[in-house]
Ligand binder design. Structure first.
Ligand code: 3PG
Ligand code: MG
Length: 398
């Protein structure tokens, strides 16, 4: 992990602090349906308020192509204000120029403003130095608390960090510390649990992770491709047959690297993916031709649980079954509870991340019982691929 400054290293009293947040939160019918990212930002804002900074929050939202009222950050003013104990949040209807300047100029120490969606300006995604200079004109210091956007080399993340004294916010710091603890100096044995639908989106991740961990359990529809590659019948299951060779290479590399691979031994199958549908649990050598594998069976859950008990560190990304559709949530929930139990007992340091994973942990009711749950999707995956994240590199000091 690179060395970086934290907000403790910045002198912010009476200064204008540009705080890069990730307020790209899920919104349903005009309401924030998961406020985790907003809540995680609150301690950074509270710390800056305490030091008498003027706080200017900036974020992207969605993927607008130019100004688009349906992707405005204005609806986030109220949830943000709630997350910081009901303090007022001013809103600037543009993130640069006279409107932003007017709102920033009116801030007193300890006050908070939110700027309109950065992506309304094409300069943001282009990492345009001019756009970064316009943002920089609004602040005296820069704090990045948006780990979940750190895989984007955008102006408010990369170019801006070079223009002002820069530091990591508290949640960025917590995220980097947790990921480093799991990756750089972990207690062994280290286990990875990787699920999700497609091998194709996780090839790089799997290739990298087998070099890092002592054992890897593969679940989700992804596992079907591995079963298929080993000559098992997968019926009508989701399976990327064209990746069978890749899957075989990953398996043989894992063997060379001394990484034990745990694949499903039994499967919960059905003819349709529908809530409450009739299911059959079978060994993976006996999946019926007309059936789909939709979850791992109890024997596999037991095997994974034993492996967890024998591990000291866990990195988890991706659900184990089609968890949104009960009863195919059983294995994911059982394993989530096991991970929580071992973590509570101090036996396991557990780090999980990725959108679906977080939803699955929430459904199992254990989100706050893991050592660390990342709210990042793409950034978490790129970290697990061993890539340098531009937003992390931009904060590095040497
Ligand atoms: C995310 O939600 O994963 C981040 O905010 C990044 O968003 P993006 O994928 O639109 O760049
Ligand atoms: Mg995304």
């Amino acid at each position: 992990m690179p060395r970086f400054r934290t907000t403790d290293d910045l002198d912010v009293a009476g200064k204008r602090v540009l705080l890069r947040a990730d307020l790209n939160v899920p919104v349903k019918d005009g309401k924030v349906s998961d406020a985790t990212r907003i809540e995680r930002l609150a301690p950074t804002i509270a710390g800056l308020i305490e030091k008498g900074a003027k706080i200017i929050v900036m974020s992207h939202f969605g993927r607008p192509k130019g100004p688009d009222p349906s992707q405005s950050l204005r609806p986030l003013v109220e949830p943000l204000s709630r997350a910081i104990g009901g303090r007022a949040v001013q809103f600037a209807a543009d993130c640069v120029g006279p409107e932003a300047q007017r709102v920033v100029d009116a801030l007193k120490p300890g006050e908070v403003a939110l700027l309109e969606n950065l992506r309304f300006h094409p300069g943001e995604e282009a990492n345009d130095p001019d756009f970064a200079r316009q943002l920089a004109a609004l602040g005296d210091a820069y704090v990045d608390d948006a780990f979940s956007a750190a895989h984007r080399a955008h102006a408010s993340i990369v170019a801006l960090a070079q223009l002002l004294p820069a530091a990591a916010g508290k949640s960025m710091q917590a995220e980097l510390e947790a990921l480093s603890a799991a990756f750089e100096n972990p207690r062994h044995p280290v286990m990875a649990l990787i699920g999700g639908a497609k091998v194709s989106t996780k090839l790089d991740l799997l290739s990298f992770i087998i070099r890092k961990v002592d054992r890897l359990a593969i679940g989700g529809a992804m596992a079907n491709t591995f079963l298929f590659a080993k000559g098992r019948p997968v019926g009508r299951s989701l399976c990327e047959a064209d990746l069978a060779d890749h899957a075989r290479i990953i398996l043989s590399n894992a063997e060379e690297d001394g990484c034990d691979i745990i694949l499903p031994e039994d499967a919960v199958t059905a003819e349709k993916l529908e809530p409450g549908v009739l299911t059959r649990t079978v060994g993976v050598h006996a999946v019926p031709m007309n059936a789909m594998i939709l979850d791992v069976g109890p024997q596999t859950v037991a095997r994974i649980s034993l492996a967890l008990e024998a591990s000291r560190t866990l990195i988890w990304n991706g659900p184990i079954g089609a968890f949104e559709t009960p009863p195919f949530d059983r294995a994911t929930t059982a394993i989530a509870k096991k991970v929580a139990e071992l973590t509570r007992a101090g036996q396991l340091m557990s780090v999980a991340g990725g959108g679906d994973t977080v939803a699955a942990l929430a459904a199992a009711g254990v989100t706050d019982q893991l050592s660390y749950v990342s709210t990042a999707g793409g950034a978490f995956l790129e970290w697990l691929e061993g890539r340098e994240l531009p937003g992390v590199a931009a904060l590095a000091v040497d």
